[in-house]
Design a protein around this ligand. Structure first.
Ligand code: FE2
Length: 148
């Protein structure tokens, strides 16, 4: 059975996740409006993604510092290496986003095109979605897992 603290941690992390989703939704809406104008804005795209990076960094750090990943792994009876794998994915996702922001900031020198930028962001968002999905699945499994 979950303690009150565990429940409030899960709620806090869930709230952070919703804020990240909202920041991504904002970004998507901005992208759609921009597409209608037909003008690339590398600088602003980088700035907006930096906000996602800040939220994501804090969220991942929170998940790692509180032992949440170990907890959901244990609750779900999953492979004990799972937290390590998830932490590794955090690092990879943050590095990928940092690299993307850097490429947007230096697009003129690096020849990064608008189409490439969009595809890179989409690919990043898909990997992030898969990662978050895996964590929610573990959390859900933990609610029904019965130890023998
Ligand atoms: Fe995570």
């Amino acid at each position: 059975m979950r303690t009150v603290d565990e429940k409030s941690l899960t709620d806090q992390l869930h709230l952070e996740q919703q804020r990240i989703d909202a920041a991504i939704a904002d970004w998507r809406q901005w992208w759609t409006e921009l597409k209608e104008l037909g003008k690339p804005h590398f600088g602003e795209m980088g700035m907006r993604l930096s906000k996602v990076l800040d939220r994501l960094t804090a969220h991942f750090e929170h998940e790692e510092r509180t032992g949440f990943l170990v907890q959901i792994t244990n609750d779900a009876g999953a492979d004990p290496d799972t937290p390590l794998k998830l932490i590794q994915e955090h690092d990879e996702l943050l590095n990928e986003l940092k690299d993307l922001i850097h490429r947007l900031q230096t697009c003129c020198e690096s020849g990064f095109s608008w189409g490439e930028a969009r595809r890179a962001v989409d690919a990043f968002l898909e990997r992030l979605r898969q990662h978050e999905h895996e964590e929610s699945e573990l959390t859900e499994r933990g609610k029904t897992f019965v130890r023998h």
